[in-house]
Design a protein around this ligand. Structure first.
Ligand SMILES: Cc1cc2nc3c(=O)[nH]c(=O)nc-3n(C[C@H](O)[C@H](O)[C@H](O)COP(=O)(O)OP(=O)(O)OC[C@H]3O[C@@H](n4cnc5c(N)ncnc54)[C@H](O)[C@@H]3O)c2cc1C
Length: 440
């Protein structure tokens, strides 16, 4: 079998790439090993840049009604008290609406729903899209990929001009490229689960105490995805103590959910999530390229995982489309992809890592710094705009030493509204997203 681009893995990254390629008339084949929807939780928060890309792919109108828009994230710091409910000692908001863009919000959408929308869209480009499932990419024999179709019980030998590894964390394409990853782990894990929420619980919230962290992200249909931080390795012991421990922790941190969390009668729906971080040393080798978790894993604190995958897909897809239109189907051109995406991914990996550290140490000193820093981000217009722009993926405005001093309270906060207008200078322009077009 022949195709122009073989994409190994039909996750969000692989499917976004398929839509992008097929819509430009590039013959694309996606192989996906799973038989059906995955029952496990994955990323669900779409950042503004990803919303812009989905709009460009022609799916935003379908994505929006399937998601829940978030204009802001509330950060609430509680102090636990003896024999009474905790007291709020800090509250700040991070506001997406500061962004000077039509995509000035984030969106929570069930992961599998997004995948089904992308797959449906790819199928609209019938002449250019082939989807093989359940089929597992196993490696290369000569210049062909070997794909095992489990239902048909046979191997496909697929020849492609380009091969893309989009298989997530355990990527056989990455192995075929001779790359390994150095995995960084953390001193904490997360328990994550979705259950029902009150209708009026519509904002995202991060609730913390000296020892605890609970992330609450409303989904559509009055559901809420929750992420609860625990010590690495503590899950087994918690399970022995019974589900009441989980109920009580949620009730203490978020009384609005105390009746809803009772829906969880045991630990079955609760999934352990082990955060890690890695970044491959190169994205491209010969006619192979990596996207998404195959190339990098990011701590989930800043909600960037699936955004990085879709943003990789956008740049690689645009490049391959351009290469086809310009009769430049040669491997060297793939370097453009790495040149654009690698520094951007590294930047967000670092940003997520720093956010993770802020919640990693249960000491009062760390808490004071964290509270000051979050409060200052809200109060200092420049810090606020920079933070929102950087996590949005729409642009990059680096923080400098003055910002850091302001953030930890060593310099006064700045109140001028200039940052809101100045942000436009730091938005990524088309010529930075797709720099090869300058060659035309
Ligand atoms: C358990 C878990 C929870 C997560 N939670 C969060 C979160 O809360 N917030 C956040 O931002 N991010 C989260 N992430 C990360 C986020 O979901 C990923 O960054 C994102 O899904 C990456 O997309 P991807 O397309 O690169 O890879 P994936 O979504 O992993 O997709 C890879 C696809 O490839 C398929 N595949 C694998 N091997 C093969 C093969 N050999 N042949 C064919 N197909 C193959 C897989 O079945 C899968 O469908 C989580 C990830 C995991 C694993």
């Amino acid at each position: 079998m022949k195709t122009e681009v073989l994409v190994n893995g039909g996750g969000v990254g692989g499917l976004a790439l398929a839509v992008k390629l097929a819509s430009q008339g590039v013959h694309t084949t996606v192989v996906e090993q799973l038989k059906a929807e995955s029952p496990s939780y994955k990323g669900e928060l779409l950042q503004p840049k990803t919303l812009a890309i989905l709009d460009d792919l022609g799916v935003l109108q379908e994505v929006l009604p399937s998601g829940h828009a978030l204009d802001q994230l509330q950060f609430i710091e509680l102090e636990r008290q003896v024999n009474t409910s905790p007291k709020t000692i800090g509250q700040s908001n991070m506001d997406y609406s500061l962004l000077q863009s039509p995509y000035n919000y984030a969106l929570m959408i069930p992961h599998e729903k997004l995948k089904s929308i992308l797959l449906h869209k790819a199928n609209e480009y019938k002449s250019y899209f082939t989807y093989i499932q359940p089929a597992r990419f196993r490696g290369f024999e000569g210049d062909k990929a070997i794909v095992r179709h489990s239902r048909e019980d046979r191997d496909y030998h697929i020849h492609a001009s380009f091969y893309v590894g989009a298989e997530g964390r355990t990527s056989p394409t990455r192995q075929a490229m001779g790359l390994s990853v150095k995995n960084r782990t953390y001193n904490h894990h997360f328990l994550t689960v979705t259950f029902s929420r009150p209708e009026d619980f519509i904002d995202g919230k991060i609730v913390t105490t000296n020892h605890r962290f609970l992330g609450l992200f409303p989904l559509p249909n009055d559901q809420i995805r929750t992420v609860f931080l625990i010590k690495a390795g503590a899950y087994k012991e918690m399970k022995k103590e019974g589900i009441e421990l989980f109920h009580n922790s949620y009730a203490e941190l978020c009384p609005e959910l105390q009746d809803h969390v009772l829906e969880l009668e045991d630990w079955k729906r609760i999934q352990l999530m082990i955060p890690n971080m890695y970044h491959v040393s190169k994205y491209v080798s010969g006619n192979m390229a990596l996207i998404g978790d195959a190339a990098h894993a990011v701590h989930p604190m800043a909600g960037e995982g699936m955004n990085l995958a879709i943003q990789d897909a956008d740049v690689l897809g645009e490049l391959l489309g351009w290469m086809k239109r310009n009769h430049k189907f040669d491997n060297d051109c793939l370097q453009w992809y790495e040149q654009v995406r690698r520094p951007r991914a590294q930047f967000l990996l670092n940003l997520s890592h720093l956010s993770a550290l802020a919640y990693s140490f249960p000491y009062r000193f760390f808490r004071r710094i964290r509270m000051k820093s979050i409060e200052r981000i809200e109060q200092d217009s420049k810090l606020h705009v920079k933070q929102m722009l950087n996590i949005s993926g729409l642009g990059r405005w680096d923080e400098n030493a003055i910002d850091r001093f302001v953030q930890i309270g060593l310099m006064p906060k700045r109140s001028s509204g200039r940052a809101k207008d100045k942000q436009m200078e730091y938005f990524f322009q088309r010529s930075e997203d797709y720099p090869w077009e300058r060659e035309e």
